[in-house]
Design a protein around this ligand. Structure first.
Ligand code: CUA
Length: 369
């Protein structure tokens, strides 16, 4: 009897909780309506089954409870064709009703309108990069064999369509308000998943495949994008931001981003830029910042704040002073030794000698920021 009452309280509590819960979905992207309707259908159908099945259990517990001296015995019924037909029929209708709307919503989700602008999202352990087509409106071809230290997008240098592609090497993507966006996704290494929870938009990024979805941002703001597939030890650090803003603000931001041709050109001869500030830009574009912070907070790797000049304990029991030679050696040969408390997962990154100088200068400058 106690179990019957407990179940009844759980059923009533769940329904009341759902009706009064404050976490209703907010309308932030154009396709939200169809998606939310699908979610509502799912919760209604599963809710009906949840309530009906539990109430049946409550009824059975009450109706067939043990009464001393009544002489009642349970009957063994291994088969009941009529009941089975009913159960199979009702379950089939329920499953179809759950899945069929999703097909329609998904078809819409991957078929962008003709006037949608295009942005490419590039996932890599453990950072995001973004690319827009230039004036021509066409992205340049890409292939992993073109990957190089100065071509992290692996764009075909011989493809004229790629020269004016606009490259965003930070983890922040800006989008204009109210304009449909087709998001093309590509991975450099393993399975990732681009997910902006507020847009209800996410999609797996399978290595060797292009995937895509579209949406129209309908509310200005800065939204967190995250990776939604476990992609290695740096997975929790694989975050980015999507900034939705007015068309004018978006254009102003876009103008600051370099074209592919500009990133291929040799850097201007120290035109006012210090070695350390070039290193800071490199830390961003090479993805170091995904694992190393400069504010002292914990990351996958040691924070750079106060790192230079420190004495670190290594996994082999020895200690080492973090000086220029040590930092250089570590970046060139990341897995030759490992620092206590950090997994030996740092990838080897292609850097020219000049770039290595700049990066070391940046790390050095964080010794006493
Ligand atoms: Cu990329 Cu998790």
């Amino acid at each position: 009897m106690l179990i019957a009452i407990t179940l009844l309280v759980i059923v009533i509590g769940s329904v009341v909780f759902h009706l009064f819960a404050p976490w209703w979905l907010t309308p932030l992207a154009s396709n939200w309506k169809a998606m939310d309707d699908t979610l509502t259908i799912t919760i209604v159908i599963t809710g009906i089954f949840f309530v009906a099945l539990n109430l049946f259990v409550v009824y059975a517990l009450w109706r067939f409870r043990h009464r001393s001296g009544s002489g009642q015995r349970a009957a063994y019924q291994p088969e009941n064709r009529k009941l089975e037909r009913w159960l199979i029929g009702v379950t089939t209708v329920g499953i179809v009703a759950l899945l069929a709307p999703g097909l329609v919503v998904y078809a819409d989700y991957v078929q962008p309108p003709a006037d949608a602008m295009v942005v490419e999202v590039l996932g890599q352990q453990w950072q995001w990069r973004f690319r827009f087509p230039g004036e021509g409106g066409k992205l340049g071809g890409s292939d992993s064999r073109f990957f190089a230290g100065n071509n992290p997008f692996a764009i075909d240098p011989a493809d004229p369509a790629g020269q004016d592609d606009i490259l965003v090497t930070s983890n922040e993507l800006h989008l204009p308000l109210g304009k449909p966006v087709k998001v093309l996704m590509r991975s450099h290494d393993v399975l990732h998943d681009f997910f902006v929870p507020q847009f209800r938009a996410r999609m797996n990024i399978v290595p060797g495949q292009m995937s895509s979805f579209w949406f129209t941002p309908t509310k200005p703001g800065r939204y967190e994008a995250m990776c939604a597939q476990l992609c290695g030890v740096g997975h929790p650090a694989m975050r980015g931001f999507v900034v939705v803003e007015s068309a004018a603000e978006y254009q102003a931001w876009l103008k600051q981003q370099p074209s592919f041709a500009a990133t291929l050109a040799p850097p201007p001869a120290a035109g006012g830029q210090t070695l350390a500030s070039r290193g800071k830009a490199l830390a961003q574009s090479k993805g170091c910042v995904a694992c190393h912070t400069v504010d002292g907070s914990a990351g996958v790797g040691p924070t750079w704040k106060g790192l230079f000049g420190k004495t670190e304990s290594l996994d082999d029991g020895s200690t080492a002073k973090v000086d220029e030679a040590f930092v250089r050696d570590f970046i060139r040969n990341p897995t030759a030794r490992s620092i206590k408390g950090f997994p030996p997962v740092m990838p080897k990154i292609d850097l020219s000698d000049e770039e290595l100088d700049a990066l070391v200068a940046h790390i050095k400058s964080q010794a006493n920021p």
